[in-house]
Write a new protein. Sequence first.
Length: 269
Amino acid sequence: MSPTPPQFEHSSMPRRTLAVFTVLTAIMLITLVAASCSPHTARTSAPTSDVVRAGSSDLATAHIVDNVDNQRVMSRAATGDTTAKERGRVTIEQHISTANGAANVMLYKLGHYASGTFYDTMSMTREGLRPISERMQFGSTVKVIDYDGDRVHETVQVGDSTPRVLDRRFPVTVFGFNQLELVVRSLRLRPGFHAILPLYSEGDDSLEMDTATVVQLAQANDGSASPTWTVRFADPAIVGTYVIDTLSRRITSYEVRARKSGMQTWIER
């Protein structure tokens, strides 16, 4: 029997910066998601040739199956008290469903932090990981996002206030930032691999053109485990390091460093 997905009736969305939920929210819960949303349409600069877009055939997704992953979010300051501290606990579930004859992925995330409990649910196509819809909640804020290729439509509800609506259009089909782990695991990794990922930042409603680069292929010393890829992810605020099993595409470890403060954050299972 599949695990019961997180329930959303009594929750809302958190403060955040460039990365919503995942490990990154443990160190970057700064600005209110809905603070300045207003209806408008905007474009960013044209993408370059090494962009991996949502829906791309450059993604290998056969490894994505029903799964539940429970994580502890740990961090250590760069200066002062450098004792490792638990910042929160996260449950990530992924389930495969079928709609109109095609396989879709339902991604559920539930995080318990000192500032509150955060919920996110997201649907996407399994082939190409093209996002379809997303719903995030924390406190009294609820955000609903509909993705349509290079267009994004979102509605933000803060308590009983009038909903705020935002429409954006970009020069490339986008992933949601909350898909990042699935996207990185699904890249066709190889020595020298480098790609630009167009990620829609759900918190500040902007397009990030971030990078993923293979920096190492490590062989298991004792032969009991398969080799692993080490992938460096970078955006303007953080540098993250993923270690990915080459056979299962499971992320065996993940660490992130905040560029400004130097704080290190990682996951434990």
